[in-house]
Design a protein around this ligand. Structure first.
Ligand code: MF3
Ligand code: CO
Length: 248
C-alpha cells in the first residue's frame, strides 16, 4: 500500500500498537527459567485474540508460529518450541499483529533471571540505540539519518550491527517500503515525510556482525561467531509535530 498513511489509518495503527505493547508487557511477566518458548507463543495468541487482533507472522512466507523467540546467539526469527528458558539466557521476543487490517511490529530483548554483565551491556546498548534514533524520525530528515544514529550509538560501545536485515515500512503488510537500515550516512537516502509509519529495529551483536541462516528450519538467524545478539523494535508514525511511538 501507499507509503504515506492517512490520519484515519494512523488512528487504527495507534489502537493496534497499543494492543501490541500490552501483549509485550504481558509476555514480559512470563519470562523466567523453565518457561518454554511455545508457552510464550500460546500466551500471545490468547491475549491478542481476546482483543480482536490476529498474529501477522502466522503464515507469513509459511512461518508456522505466531511470534519469534531468539535465544542468546540467535539474532532473529527463532521459532518457538519446547525449549525451556534457562537462568542467564537472553531472549529476543518479536511480535506483530494485524488489527482492523493494519500491522504493527515490535521486539524486546529480556534477561532470564540473572545475566552476565556483557549480556546486560548488549541489551542496554541496543535499547539505547533505538531510543536515540526515534527523535530522528521527523519530516525532512532522511533514512540515512536514522541508520547513522543507530550505528554511532552501537559502534561507540564496541558492539556490531547486523546489516543483512533491516527495518521497514508497515501498513496492511508486515513489511513495506521503505527499507530502514540500522547503519548509514547522515543526509543520505529517502527523505522522511509526514504519514510514514516505520518499524525501526536494531539487531546488535557483541562480536562480529556476520550472521548465518539456519538451513534446516529455514528461519533462525544466528551470529556466525555464536556471540550474543539483541533486538529491539518499535513501530513509529511520523506526524506533523514529530514522531509518535505507536507500540509503547
Ligand atoms: N518481526 C519480523 C520483523 O520485524 C518479521 C518476522 S516475520 C516471521 O520484520 F515470519 F518471521 F515471523
Ligand atoms: Co520488523
Amino acid at each position: 500500500m501507499a507509503i504515506i498513511k492517512t490520519k484515519a489509518e494512523i488512528a487504527i495503527l495507534r489502537e493496534g500498537g497499543h494492543i501490541l505493547a500490552e501483549a509485550m508487557q504481558h509476555l514480559s511477566t512470563a519470562v523466567r527459567p523453565g518457561v518454554t518458548t511455545n508457552d510464550l507463543d500460546k500466551m500471545f495468541v490468547e491475549f491478542i485474540t481476546a482483543r480482536g487482533a490476529t498474529a501477522s507472522f502466522l503464515g507469513y512466507h509459511g512461518y508456522a508460529k505466531s511470534i519469534c523467540t531468539s535465544i542468546n546467539e540467535e539474532v532473529v526469527h527463532g521459532i518457538p518450541s519446547d525449549r525451556m528458558l534457562q537462568e542467564g539466557d537472553i531472549i529476543g521476543v518479536d511480535i506483530g499483529i494485524r488489527y482492523k487490517k493494519f500491522c504493527t511490529d515490535m521486539a524486546r530483548t529480556f534477561a532470564v533471571g540473572k545475566i552476565s554483565m556483557p549480556a546486560q551491556h548488549l541489551i542496554d546498548v541496543t535499547r539505547n540505540s533505538l531510543d536515540e534514533a526515534i527523535p530522528v524520525l521527523r519530516a525532512g530528515n532522511t533514512i540515512g539519518d536514522i541508520g547513522a544514529t543507530i550505528q554511532q550509538c552501537v559502534e561507540a560501545e564496541k558492539c556490531s550491527i547486523v546489516r543483512v536485515l533491516v527495518g521497514h515500512g508497515v501498513g496492511q503488510s508486515v513489511h513495506e517500503e521503505p527499507q530502514v537500515p540500522n547503519y548509514g550516512k547522515r543526509g543520505k537516502g529517502r527523505v522522511l515525510e509526514v504519514g510514514m509509519v516505520l518499524a525501526v529495529e536494531p539487531m546488535v551483536n557483541i562480536g562480529s556482525s556476520k550472521v548465518e541462516f539456519d538451513e534446516d528450519d529455514g528461519w533462525t538467524v544466528r551470529t556466525a561467531d555464536r556471540s550474543l545478539s539483541a533486538h529491539f523494535e518499535d513501530t513509529i508514525a511520523i506526524l506533523e509535530d514529530g514522531p509518535e511511538i505507536l507500540t509503547r
